[in-house]
Design a protein around this ligand. Structure first.
Ligand SMILES: *[C@@H]1O[C@H](CO)[C@@H](O)[C@H](O)[C@H]1NC(C)=O
Ligand SMILES: *[C@@H]1O[C@H](CO)[C@@H](O)[C@H](O)[C@H]1NC(C)=O
Ligand SMILES: *[C@@H]1O[C@H](CO)[C@@H](O)[C@H](O)[C@H]1NC(C)=O
Length: 151
């Protein structure tokens, strides 16, 4: 059996150049579009709920949003004609410190169906420089469960 000894690739001077943010943050790729918290997670039409989106890892991994769109989508037991419902379209404040998009939303009367399961999707619309030099907006999403009741 052959044993390979891995060379130590990072010299100590390289370690010293890591920023404190890099040393403290745990930002796996799955968090690149940001994270979101909904409260409460059971909401009736007309009721307020809060959304707190955290862009710490999105910023750190290079996915700082230009816009954030929030939709409620019927992800299980969809009867075939239930479309995503826009809850909020927001311009992200790229100077926000802490880097949160926090706001209160009102659940619309909407088209909600018994037995359906819903998720709140957050679409992170982020800018990239295309090969020809123009700026394009790309999108990625994360979701969290929301219960809709009382309709
Ligand atoms: C939705 O309601 C079900 C049944 O009451 C509950 O088990 C579940 O935890 C709730 N989910 C959320 C996200 O509140
Ligand atoms: C935002 O996410 C970062 C990285 O996971 C975490 O350290 C911080 O506590 C979060 N902030 C809030 C308000 O949840
Ligand atoms: C963006 O965030 C910065 C830092 O918190 C704040 O000073 C500024 O007023 C915010 N801009 C908007 C448009 O909310």
């Amino acid at each position: 059996m052959r044993v390979n000894f891995l060379p130590i690739l990072v010299p100590l001077t390289g370690l010293a150049s890591l920023t404190s943010a890099q040393l403290q943050l745990f930002c796996p790729d799955a968090l690149r579009y940001g994270t979101l918290k909904i409260s409460p997670t059971t909401v009736a039409p007309g009721a307020e709920f809060t959304i707190v989106a955290n862009m710490t890892c999105a910023n750190y991994l290079g996915y700082t949003p230009t816009y954030l769109d929030y939709y409620i989508e019927n992800t299980a037991n969809n009867n075939g004609h239930e479309y995503p419902t826009l809850i909020a379209r927001r311009t992200y404040n790229q100077s926000a410190d802490p880097p949160l998009d926090a706001f209160t939303a009102v659940l619309p009367s909407g088209y909600w169906f018994a037995g359906a399961e819903y998720q709140l999707y957050m679409y992170n619309n982020y800018a990239r420089i295309a090969p020809a030099g123009d700026t394009v907006i790309l999108v990625g999403a994360v979701a969290d469960s929301i219960n809709i009741t009382g309709y």
